[in-house]
Structure formats: structure tokens, C-alpha cells
Design a protein around this ligand. Structure first.
Ligand SMILES: C[S@@+](CC[C@H](N)C(=O)[O-])C[C@H]1O[C@@H](n2cnc3c(N)ncnc32)[C@H](O)[C@@H]1O
Length: 298
């Protein structure tokens, strides 16, 4: 198994429970990453369960493929967004699936890769795209958007109370041609934003720009609107979110579906990792899982 340092899939047991993984089942891992969750689903659905792994980052797919090679044709990978799972299903000729898992956000391999620009603690060009073949880099986005869009992103995605200062510093740096790398942006965060006891201010600034550049919340909303088309009766959807911006739309969409009567929530409360998991896996600390089941028998 090729692993990034410190990478461990989060809430694995809980995901297997939420998806009710069983032999012969068909599952989509919509955020395949290095394949940690997919591997657990394949093991739990042996000998004949199948997983279609989807990821927007083409650069991770060979690593995931290598990690899942031992499962033969029970594991298939597809490059694209989880908002387009319908296209991936057509490729493998599945009408629908027994379960879909999303584990949102960045992989530790992204943070560790010094060329990607996701981490404020590694000097790199300001890119931050999950798919480097699509859209514009963080640097290009910062240069193009107007001040109001940038300030809105800071308020909404970084919960920044004084966005004007940050916007001004970014504009100045672009004008002076001193905003080129992650270090330059981290310096702006340090000079203009508040950190906390546990977080560098860069955490919030990088998160906001990453969400905006990848349109992460738009993709999530699209998924939530379309997912009912992809899940068989009795099938399930489980989503792990890492901050309230992601968790809120999931909670609201699941509640609406459950009120409609064709779906039921698998637990009233959000599922969080226990102390054992959070002790040895930092990333798990902010993880929250929600899951929903489509009523009816498959
Ligand atoms: C937290 S990682 C998943 C880790 C994975 N569960 C594992 O065990 O290795 C999130 C992954 O989602 C991918 N991703 C982000 N947005 C996506 C989208 N809209 N569609 C598909 N993949 C996406 C990222 O490229 C990243 O690989």
C-alpha cells in the first residue's frame, strides 16, 4: 500500500456500517484518494463486491490503482468529479449502486506534495487545483477575481471578520509582483489574519482559496441534488465532512430527503470518531459522518 506520511482513512468502521457493506454489493467511492476507504469496502464485500473509485485528481489515480491492484477487476477507477457519478456508472454499465461514500477535502498526499501549493508550510507555486488540467490556479484566480468576490470568499470560506485588510495585502503583493508562492501567501495571512492557539492563520486563508478555486461547495451541492438517481432502493450514502461549510449542506439535504419519505437518516446525530482514533490520527479530529438510506429493498 503506497501511503502518504500520516495518511490513514478516517472513520473506516463507521463507514462500513453506514454503507451496510456486503458481499456482492456495488459501491462508489467518490473521493478515492489513495484508496484507503475503497480498500476497506473491497475487503468487507469479498469475495465479489465491487468498487468504482472516482477522483478529480488524475495524478492520484495511478497510486490508487496500484494500492487496489490486488483486488483485480473488483476495483475500477474513473477520473472525474463525484458530481458526475452518472457518467462513471455508464462507463461500467451499472444502473445504480448499493452505496456511495464521499470523504471530502484534501488528501495528506496533496499537503505533502511540494509542487501542488495546498500547504502553507511548504514552498510551492500557488496552484491548489485538484485537477491541474482544468480551470485556473490559485494565483490566476486571485489576480482575476474582483475585490468583492475575494472578500466574500474570505468571509464565507475562512470566516474572516476583517476581509478588507487581507484583500488589500493580496492586491498590493500582486501589484508589486511579490505574490508567487505559498510562502508569500502564508506571510500575508500571518500579517493580516488572526490565528488561534492550535491554528496558523494560513489554515483559514488556504482553505478559503482552495474551496473557491475548486468550487468545492458547488460540486457538493450538485452531488446532493443528483445522488438519488444513482442509489438503488435500500442503498446508502455516507459523507465525511471536515468543517461546517461542508457539513451543513449535507445535513440539510439529508433532512429534506428524509422528510420526503423515500429516505431515512441512519443516525439522528452526526457520527464522530472516538478518542482512540483522534489520538493517533490528527485529521480525524474534525471529521463528522452523516449517512442516509433509501427505503425499499434492492
Ligand atoms: C480526503 S481525500 C480522500 C481519501 C480517501 N478516502 C482515502 O482513503 O485515501 C479527498 C479526495 O477527494 C478528491 N476530490 C475532491 N473534490 C472532488 C470531486 N469533486 N470529485 C472527485 N474527487 C474529488 C481529492 O482529489 C482527494 O483525493
Amino acid at each position: 500500500m503506497i501511503e502518504a506520511r500520516g495518511h490513514e482513512p478516517v472513520l473506516v468502521r463507521e463507514c462500513l456500517w453506514a454503507l451496510a457493506v456486503r458481499p456482492g454489493g456495488r459501491y462508489v467511492d467518490g473521493t478515492l484518494g489513495l484508496g484507503g476507504h475503497a480498500r476497506a469496502v473491497l475487503e468487507a464485500s469479498a469475495p465479489d463486491g465491487r468498487v468504482l473509485g472516482v477522483d478529480r485528481d488524475a495524478e492520484l489515480l495511478p497510486l490508487a490503482r496500484a494500492n487496489l491492484a490486488g483486488f483485480g477487476d473488483r476495483a475500477v477507477v474513473w477520473h472525474g468529479s463525484y458530481a458526475e457519478i452518472g457518467r462513471a456508472l455508464m462507463k461500467v454499465s451499472w444502473r445504480n449502486v448499493d452505496g456511495i461514500l464521499l470523504d471530502l477535502g484534501v488528501c495528506s498526499v496533496h499537503l505533502d506534495d511540494a509542487t501542488r501549493g495546498f500547504s502553507f508550510s511548504r514552498e510551492a507555486p500557488l496552484d491548489m487545483r485538484f485537477d491541474r488540467a482544468l480551470g485556473e490556479s490559485a494565483r490566476a484566480w486571485l489576480e482575476r477575481v474582483d475585490d468583492r468576490v475575494l472578500a466574500d470568499a474570505l468571509v464565507t470560506f475562512a470566516e474572516e471578520r476583517r476581509p478588507a485588510r487581507v484583500v488589500r495585502a493580496i492586491r498590493d503583493a500582486i501589484r508589486r509582483k511579490t505574490l508567487n508562492t505559498t510562502r508569500d501567501l502564508a506571510d500575508i495571512a500571518r500579517a493580516t489574519m488572526r490565528g488561534s492557539r492550535t491554528h496558523h492563520p494560513g489554515t483559514r486563508l488556504f482553505q478559503a482559496i482552495r474551496i473557491a478555486v475548486n468550487r468545492e461547495l458547488d460540486e457538493l451541492h450538485l452531488f446532493l441534488e443528483k445522488m438519488a438517481d444513482w442509489v438503488s432502493p435500500g442503498g446508502r450514502v455516507a459523507i465525511i465532512a471536515y468543517h461546517s461549510l461542508e457539513d451543513r449542506p449535507v445535513k440539510e439535504a439529508f433532512r429534506r430527503l428524509a422528510q420526503g419519505g423515500d429516505w431515512e437518516l441512519l443516525s439522528k446525530k452526526v457520527v464522530r470518531p472516538g478518542p482512540d482514533e483522534t489520538r493517533h490520527n490528527r485529521r480525524a479530529r474534525s471529521a463528522r459522518l452523516r449517512a442516509i438510506a433509501r427505503t425499499g429493498v434492492s
